[in-house]
Write a protein that binds this ligand. Structure first.
Ligand code: ATP
Ligand code: MG
Length: 402
């Protein structure tokens, strides 16, 4: 197969490839970018594999950075673009079911492609568009199939993360996992316990953002991987219930976690425990708590100006989207209008602050100050007080008398 019209990203990289080839080495585009080009998807990162060793690459180019020299990766800077060039390599060992104990540089493309996870990810393309396909990757792309390169049992035993990657690519591309590959995942699902949660996290989020997250969740259940994913083992039926919802269309991490926490009927405390087990960032944990409480408020029809203010616009839209999956959403435009019409959007927009109250000798620094500012904030949001410095000073004086 030869690709005639290469995407711009490849065109720009051609001179780099040509320099390597002219010096007598091989150079290929590899991995996701080749796959995505063949199926007509936009590409993001251009990975290059070469028979040249890192030191040999460094001799060929003026500007290089050692980004991962011990794994054989050197970055070449060309016209302000960085290209990661990795020496063909084989891997062996895998005693921790994840990282190879030993990486060996080799001169053979075939050896390098053999260690890759799936046939559709084991394609290589020369700078002139000529594709090398040693494992039937193009055929699998044409038939929408995720198939391990070589013996799937061996491959998942080497690196258990590949099992999550299979589910991720199946959802991302709307492909099916081939039977032997699927059965091997089922057989080795327990090995997922050996994988750092951070790695599972990345694949899980990509899966949920893919074309078929509902199928991805079913795959996680049907392969039994759910038994080895934090807290999922307690929620078999809840996960199934998510997989029955239509048009998930989840575009952010917070929307994904909020849907899951809502489906799991978690309260704030449980959301915290759950997402800590997943090692989510504090920002994601907080936003998910806020978003879920907005979903509950939309559900119980108790959402008001204060909760709209506390939620903020973007989380409000996410909360209402999740509500829409269950059919209890509110009119999105009404909600956005209500938010846009709030007198203030955050505390900083109050026409008064601690400094003003202290300067006017109304209050001294201390807990009372914080308390009264909170009262004022609420009343301004509710429309009970105008956001006007004099009015707020008068209110404070009155409040202190009572
Ligand atoms: P995308 O970047 O679009 O998510 P990708 O295919 O580029 O997809 P990466 O995780 O960036 O995926 O990996 C790049 C390539 O490296 C893959 O296409 C595959 O050939 C190889 N690869 C990555 N991870 C593994 C793994 N765990 N086992 C075997 N090969 C892998
Ligand atoms: Mg990639």
């Amino acid at each position: 197969m030869k690709i005639k019209k290469l995407p711009d990203e490849f065109e720009k990289a051609r001179p780099v490839m040509q320099t390597i080839e002219k010096a007598g080495y091989e150079a290929y585009f590899v991995g996701g970018s080749v796959r995505d080009t063949i199926i007509g998807e936009p590409i993001h990162d251009v990975d290059i594999a070469s028979s040249a060793y890192p030191e040999e690459i460094k001799k060929l180019f003026k500007n290089t950075i050692d980004t991962g020299i011990e794994h054989g990766t050197v970055m070449v800077l060309d016209n302000n673009v960085g290209y990661e060039i990795t020496t063909f390599r084989t891997e062996s060992g895998y005693q921790d079911y994840r990282r190879p104990d030993k990486v060996t540089f080799v001169r053979s493309l075939e050896e390098d492609l053999k260690r890759r996870d799936f046939t559709i990810n084991a394609l290589a393309m020369r700078e002139n568009g000529e594709v090398t396909d040693l494992f039937g990757g193009i055929d699998d792309l044409n038939h929408n199939i995720i198939r391990a390169v070589g013996d799937p049992n061996e491959r998942f035993n080497e690196d258990a993360l590949r099992m999550m990657r299979a589910v991720r690519f199946a959802s991302k591309l709307d492909f099916n996992i081939e039977d032997d590959t699927f059965n091997a995942i089922k057989r080795h699902s327990k090995l997922l316990e050996k994988i750092a949660i951070e790695r599972i996290y990345v694949e899980f989020i990509k899966m949920m953002k893919g074309l078929k997250p509902r199928q991805g969740l079913l795959d996680i259940i049907n392969t039994n991987m759910y038994l080895y994913i934090p807290y999922f083992n307690h929620h078999h039926d809840d996960i199934l219930s998510i997989s029955n919802l239509k048009n998930l269309d989840l575009t952010s991490e917070v929307s994904i976690w909020s849907l899951i926490c809502f489906a799991f009927k978690y309260n704030r405390l449980q959301i915290g425990e759950f997402l800590k087990a997943w090692k989510s960032s504090n920002e994601v944990i907080n936003d998910t708590k806020i978003c879920c409480s907005a979903i509950y408020k939309i559900y119980s029809k108790t959402i008001n100006d204060i909760s709209i203010y506390n939620t903020g616009k973007s989380l409000l839209i996410i909360a209402n989207h999740i509500a829409s999956l269950y059919g209890f959403d509110l009119n999105e435009n009404d909600l956005i209008n209500e938010y846009d019409n709030l007198p203030i959007k955050n505390k900083k927009e109050l026409s008064i602050n601690g400094g003003i109250l202290i300067k006017n000798d109304i209050l001294k620094p201390g807990p009372k100050l914080g308390e009264i500012l909170n009262v004022i904030e609420k009343k301004v949001v509710n429309g009970r007080l105008e956001n006007d410095t004099n009015e707020l000073i008068n209110f404070t004086k009155q409040y202190l008398k009572e």
